[in-house]
Design a protein around this ligand. Structure first.
Ligand code: C5P
Length: 307
């Protein structure tokens, strides 16, 4: 077989949850969710260098493991096993997405590795064929095979893109305090009344698809549990929310299980002012744009063209 060494340089984007409802505990130990995912243009670099044998990872962030527990390594191993590929890869990750912050960084890196190696190794499963592998790696991984604005059901791993994509500015604040997702979900159980279904997000989506706004109807059911898990964040979150709302955001919310917090803005000017005000108050704030399904796909194809 002809052996051509190509290097793939991928952008691995972050997500925010515009809304999140927890309905109850499932028999598999996970929680039944209704969530609205949104990719943003904050990204990590993931570089894939083909090697004859062995799967390794390097990362510039001290909190990211570089052994077999790294989700990107597990993604590569899962695809190699599934497709009976006996080649190796060296994965290099440069982190910009805050770690353990509810922004899906690790899941996004894993999805980038699946999509990248599917191409590099000539497996050809594509996003739909990779879905079963992605959902075994983590509940948020399938969303990153598609990106954009999408409804997430079940464990968050049943993903439905919206035909009207959210176009807005987001200001994301990283309080620099990692929070364990599993611990937040365990805490949510203490105050959870199980329900058959949740309608806040469905109602928002149907109205949104008819051309209305109404982001302020959305919220995150994990917020109280996250702040009980990390009570030291309560005062900071109050200040962050105050600044975002003071600058006229259409939604201020925790992302995922936290601890990052974001504001959504319909005008770049307001978002810029909020980012500056947060930075002046000593917070690490990122100014971002939402990334639509189409932009996500375009970024992906551009990466493949740069082989
Ligand atoms: O799937 P992932 O490993 O990203 O999830 C991290 C943890 O979050 C899980 O171990 C589980 O405790 C919790 N979780 C949950 N229900 C979901 C998603 C995640 O309980 N739908």
């Amino acid at each position: 077989m002809e052996w051509t060494v190509k290097t793939l340089r991928l952008k691995s984007f972050a997500k925010i949850n515009l809304g999140l409802e927890v309905l109850g505990l499932r028999s598999d130990g996970y929680h039944e969710l209704r969530t609205l995912f949104q990719t943003i243009d904050l990204y990590d670099d993931v570089v894939l260098r083909p090697r004859p044998r062995g799967i390794t990872v390097r990362c510039d962030h001290p909190q990211v493991p570089t052994d077999g527990s790294n989700l990107a390594v597990r993604a590569a191993e899962a695809l190699a096993r599934h497709a009976r590929v006996r080649r190796g890869v060296e994965i290099a990750i440069t982190k910009r997405i805050p770690v353990a912050a509810g922004l899906g960084g690790g899941s996004s890196n894993a999805a980038a590795v699946l999509l990248g190696l599917d191409h590099l190794w000539g497996v050809g499963l594509g996003p739909a064929g990779l879905h079963p592998l992605a959902r075994r790696l983590g509940a948020d991984v399938p969303f990153f095979l598609l990106g954009g604005t999408a409804l997430g059901l079940a464990r968050g791993d049943e993903v439905y893109p919206l035909w009207r994509q959210v176009r807005a500015r987001a200001v994301v604040v990283d309080p620099g305090r990692p929070v364990s997702t599993a611990a937040v979900f365990r805490r949510v159980d203490q105050s959870l009344t199980p329900r058959e279904n949740g309608y806040t997000i469905f109602r928002f989506v149907s109205r949104y698809l008819e051309g209305e706004g109404g982001f302020n109807a959305l919220s995150n059911d994990l917020e109280d549990a996250a702040l009980s898990e990390a009570p030291d964040l309560r005062a900071a979150v109050g200040r962050i929310r105050g600044i975002l709302e003071g600058e006229g955001c259409s939604l201020a919310s925790l992302s995922g299980s936290g601890s990052s917090f974001f504001g959504l803005f319909d005008e770049a000017r307001k978002a810029g002012r909020a980012r500056k005000a947060l930075a002046a108050a000593g917070f690490r704030a990122f100014g971002c744009r939402t990334l639509s399904l189409e932009s996500y796909r375009r970024a992906w194809f551009r990466s493949l063209g740069r082989e």
